[in-house]
Design a protein around this ligand. Structure first.
Ligand code: CP
Length: 318
């Protein structure tokens, strides 16, 4: 794998292989192997033009656990605020010898531009670009679903027949886009639930069923997984901005809806959460919630992605 830009670039075998390598990485953590020597001498740059808590520290932890050197770059406080371009920033990273660049950017397509630019030789990992994609989030979500729903038998498995309902601000969600494509590739049945104003116009091309009513999705759909999305107020114009009380009443996972989910269903959220808006505190903190597991699993999944990009190992099944 040269870059990781979009879950649409992964076929089923490649996705399952990455999830299986993440299982191996998780096993090393269970055996309290703090560091693997795999990427000793490699340099990973975290290039973040947008804020992040989970993704940035997760990539940093993943790279360090593989013994890579890590450089953290935040656009705030850098020469980007003086107007420096992505090209000049990238060429600076090339000059210091970056082997991988983990990029989060507000512009959809920025990671692919960087990967195809010729400005750097490094592998590029998309850590979230605009409203486009967040592939490692989708991979850690798939890893979490597989582990929870196929305990002890997850290696080599897809998510065939698993019913996943994704709820909320689909329009602005790179998490939803990456998840829809990956979950479909892995055989899951995806339903999207949202107010019509928070759905994208190109929805007909998405491999997912659309519903507008969360109660119908829960009571008739009997989902195995309910994935709540953050309302992204920072990306909204007035036309899209929902009334918070109305939104919460119709599309929030409140305590009453939580109680109607099947006993083995799981509740997911990529974080950061708007507690009391798209998800109640009881739902976020319940035994059905995988929110903290998703964060832990993210380190193993990002270790697997960095390993596949930087170890030079291209053999299937090795
Ligand atoms: N899930 C996610 O991308 O969180 P951060 O914005 O904190 O990285």
């Amino acid at each position: 794998m040269r870059h990781l830009l979009s879950t649409r670039d992964l076929d089923r075998a490649a996705a399952i292989r990455l999830l299986d390598i993440a299982e191996d990485m998780a096993d090393t953590q269970l055996r309290e192997v703090k560091k693997l020597p795999t990427l000793r001498g490699k340099t990973v740059v975290n290039l973040f033009f947008e804020d992040s808590t989970r993704t940035r520290i997760s990539f940093e932890a993943a790279a360090k656990r593989l013994s890579a050197d890590v450089i953290n770059f935040s656009a705030k406080g850098s020469s980007v605020s003086k107007g420096e371009s992505l090209k000049d920033t990238a060429q600076t990273l090339q000059a210091i010898g970056a082997d991988a660049v983990v990029i989060r950017h507000g512009a959809s397509g920025a990671p692919r531009t960087l990967a195809n630019s010729g400005w750097i030789d490094a592998g590029v990992l998309n850590a979230g670009d605009g409203t486009h994609e967040h592939p490692t989030q989708a991979l850690l979500d798939a890893f979490t679903i597989r582990r929870r729903l196929r305990p002890g038998a997850s290696r080599g498995a897809g998510l065939d027949g698993v019913k996943v309902t994704i709820v909320g601000d689909i329009l602005h969600s790179r998490v939803a886009r990456s998840n829809v494509w990956l979950l479909d590739t892995l055989g899951a049945e995806v339903t999207l639930v949202a107010p019509p104003t928070l759905l994208p116009v190109d929805l007909a091309a998405w491999p997912a069923r659309i519903l507008y009513d969360l109660d119908v999705a829960i009571d008739e759909g009997r989902p195995d997984v309910v994935m709540m999305l953050r309302i992204q107020t920072e990306r909204m114009r007035d036309a899209f901005f929902p009334n918070p009380r109305e939104y919460s009443r119709r599309w929030g996972l409140d305590d009453e809806r939580l109680a109607r989910l099947g006993p083995d269903s799981i509740v997911m959220h990529p974080g950061p959460m708007n507690r009391g808006l798209e998800i109640s505190s009881r739902a976020a903190d319940s035994a059905m919630s995988t929110v903290r597991e998703q964060v832990s699993n993210g380190v193993s999944v990002r270790m697997a992605a960095l390993y596949l990009l930087l170890s030079g190992n291209t053999e299937e099944g090795s």
